[in-house]
Design a protein around this ligand. Sequence first.
Ligand code: GTP
Ligand code: SPV
Ligand code: MN
Length: 584
Amino acid sequence: MTSNQALADWVRDVAALTQPDRIHWCDGSQAEYDALIADMLQTGTLIELDQETRPRCYLHRSDPSDVARTEHLTFVCTPERDDAGPNNQWMDPTEAHAKVDALFAGAMRGRTLYVVPYCMGPLDSPLARCGVEITDSPYVAASMRIMTRMGRPALERIEREGSFVRGLHSLGDLDPERRFIMHFPQELLIKSIGSGYGGNALLGKKCHALRIASYQARQEGWLAEHMLIMGVEDPQGRLHYIAAAFPSACGKTNMAMLIPPVEYRGWKIHTIGDDIAWLHVGDDGRLWAINPEAGFFGVAPGTSRHTNANAVDMLQHDTIFTNVAMTADRRPWWEGLSDETPAFDWQGRPYDPANGPAAHPNSRFTVSAKQCPSWSPAAELASGVPITAIIFGGRRASLAPLVLEAKSWQHGVLMGAAMASETTAAATGKVGVTRRDPMAMQPFCGYHFGDYWAHWLATGARLSKAPGIYQVNWFRRDAQGRFLWPGYGENLRVLKWIIERCQGAVDAAHTPVGNLPLRGGIDLTGLDVSHDDMRELTHIDPQAWLTEMDEVAGFLHGFGPRVPQVLHDERERVSHGLRNITAG
Ligand code: GTP
Ligand code: SPV
Ligand code: MN
């Protein structure tokens, strides 16, 4: 089935271990996708939604115990524990192989083994990388066709280049007791068993494009980041590309396709990616980004015509929904979509508010990026797009202002390393707990954070035209719990300030933690945000930040001697400046 001997051998060995009834090599064709869908409709893995109003839209209900990434079951298996770092769960590779191989033994009996070749990034891009996922889930195979460049062209590239990342996946028995997501960076290998959901199972996404890729990127001199990529076109027709890292379920998909406020005539958004960016230092000293993915696996709840009309439009056809609710006439539904009442909840039970939300809070849609009205053909450029600004974001009810500008690349790396955010339903565990999430990569960095920050600093040193670095927070609340900032499309007002700063067109207020907009710096034309709220959003509390910086100091020290001294020095510089203010 392939001229690549290593791939042929691997498929043969996996089949011998897992004992599938059949082996199917995916070619990526429409006919193959249609057959996968037909098969899943027949077995009940997919439910047909109303084909008249939602052509080729389907609903998948995952096992109720399998609805989000499981970080406590995710491991980075390097020979040396310290190479995985305190930010990862570690297991010795020999032990990890033995543990999962025992679970894979016979796991595919009665099932089809799908060989899924895929390419992360444009097929003709030197920045792209290929992988092959072996899976026994037709839902995963079909989703990979939407999320990646999957099929024959990817296989041909693998046969030309020779190298590829291997991902072995089986649903196993879906028992969380026998669920493991194992990464072997040195072997460019992933083994995932016991989950059919999202980042646990679509191995091209978080496992390959972030955990394995970040490890490779460090060796090869680039960055693999949890970032959206968007182009912001101003009324003069100038295009500014922005890459932004927010933790899971903190607004990347929404920002990537935002719709400018009515007052912003002449502004246009170009969507390149909504979750992952691979960043390279160009010959011109700028940072260039590609989106390795071809589709969106986006959060459904909160998506409405009012918050994200582009998403609503792109979900009208050819979409797989997972764990959403359904109306009586078989349309997909989730909290925030409309004020209708659904007939069935995400588990297929007649809807009863006593059972909790109708749609699971981490319910999602899987859709081709090309269906997004603001999708940009620049996503297909082999070179990627040049980045003007990098933004780190988080979900913080207090402390973090609407926007803050780093004073230098080094300060920006500290800013990224110090990011914190409230946990969300994207991973199992408690929701709403504030935790550090450096560069939104806490769950995804495939190696020691100390080495990662050193790699960020080294990358900056190679950039003669480094992007500006910023942090934003769309989630500030008042004492009553109300959001102070309207968010969504209005976030363009903040992007405008960032772009003006990058152009040197506006002044800022300088503080030790970073530069803030001056009064009037964020354009509020036509917006109903009170003067008091705006002041709250754009000033910092030195005493609270001093406490924050003490915590950051402790956090950085927790990563031991691999943390670059520059970061400690930057942190001390910020603390020193804050002490001067609070003393004066
Ligand atoms: P992942 O796919 O998990 O990486 O998430 P993401 O970062 O792409 O987040 P997404 O854009 O899907 O948003 C997650 C949730 O936050 C959704 O319920 C959104 O409606 C909500 N949200 C997004 N942007 C904003 C905003 O600017 N303000 C407020 N208040 N909520 C937002
Ligand atoms: C995230 O959790 O950041 C996601 C969804 O984008 S998943 O693919 O499940 O990781
Ligand atoms: Mn994500």
